[in-house]
Design a protein around this ligand. Structure first.
Ligand SMILES: [Cu+2]
Length: 334
């Protein structure tokens, strides 16, 4: 294969691989100042490594095409010149480059992405990772939800993250750096979004079978929408409006559901699974695994293990009419 074809083929392959990493969870589409700093660092490192790699490839190609030639191009073959070249390219340039990168990333990027003092941010949200979902609390209000974090747009928000069981990691690439969620040791990160929208993240530390389906979404809303959302989340569950929904609540409270889930306004106080008080206000179920629509919800309740294999919610013995009532009830939890 001629050289140019080999070069073109590898360029295409590498390009395809690189682009397949692009999507919504991209560091290269930043929506906050810290995320922009991280993006700049990414480009600086890419350009630097392309120059270094390109130089090395150039020398290899020269050596390969002119095997009969002795010494180095330009430098020639005097031993002193060769030693000096090795010293410059093998020691001086790498040392300078690494020190420069160290100083730049530590002084500039790490500082910029460091969490500010909590009193400098408008609000705090507590995010706790469990196998395999995220609990989201708004301290100072009774609001508790799961996997879908709402924040006001253009507002600095202090995230305090911990884990319930094993180590997880919280990362919204478009908004800021990654922080580990550790059992018993809270970590903080600021999130800020400069535009309304949905910003996706995933658990970024392997944490067991369903690590790959432990996603999280940040919704940046206008301040009014956010206020309305939070006020609603803080309320107890809406009273079941129909007889079937009332029956559903009875089923929920008499089955094991209530020992794992909380529904504020009822006697259900379980803390193993997500708070379901306003379940229907979420767009997804099972940490963004399935859409929150009636059919999926019924499927989840009757057979969670098929929807998300290994999930900590067991399949319970539920009859058809009980399932119907349960779904009617859960669908009303807005
Ligand atoms: Cu994980």
């Amino acid at each position: 294969m001629p050289l140019w074809r080999a070069a073109w083929l590898s360029f295409t392959l590498v390009g395809t691989l690189a682009l397949s990493g692009c999507g919504q969870q991209s560091t290269l589409d930043p929506h906050s100042e810290p995320a922009r700093q991280i993006e700049t660092l990414w480009w600086v490192m890419l350009v630097g490594s392309v120059i270094a790699f390109g130089g090395a490839c150039y020398l290899l190609v020269i050596a390969w095409r002119r095997p009969e030639r002795t010494g180095l191009p330009v430098v020639g073959d005097s031993p002193r010149a060769i030693e000096a070249t090795v010293a410059v390219f093998g020691i001086a340039i790498p040392v300078v480059a690494l020190i420069a990168l160290f100083v730049y990333s530590n002084v500039s990027v790490i500082q910029a992405t460091e969490p500010p003092a909590p009193e400098e941010t408008a609000m705090t949200i507590e995010v706790t990772g469990s196998q395999w979902w995220w609990q989201v609390r708004y301290p100072g209000t009774p609001a508790i939800t799961a996997n879908e974090i709402h924040i006001p747009v253009n507002t600095r928000v202090n995230i305090v993250t911990e884990a319930e069981d094993v180590i997880h990691s919280f990362w919204i690439p478009q908004l800021n750096r990654k922080v580990d969620s550790l059992p018993g040791k809270p970590n903080r990160v600021e999130i800020f979004a400069d535009e309304p929208g949905r910003y996706l993240g995933s658990c970024a530390e392997f944490c067991g079978v369903q690590h790959a389906q432990m996603d999280v979404a940040v919704y940046a809303d206008t301040p009014e929408r956010f206020r309305a959302w939070l006020d609603n989340q803080a309320r107890p569950r809406p009273t079941p409006p129909t007889p079937l929904a009332r029956k559903g609540e009875q089923v929920f409270l008499s089955k094991q559901c209530a020992s794992c889930h909380t529904i504020r306004g009822t006697s259900a106080r379980g803390e193993v699974g997500p708070d379901l008080t306003h379940l229907k206000s979420r767009e997804t179920l099972g940490a963004l695994t399935i859409p929150n629509r009636k059919g999926y919800l019924a499927g989840w309740v009757i057979d969670p293990q098929t929807m998300k294999e290994g999930t900590k919610m067991p399949a319970l013995d539920i009859t058809g009419p009980e399932l119907q009532a349960l779904v009617e009830y859960l669908e009303r939890l807005r």
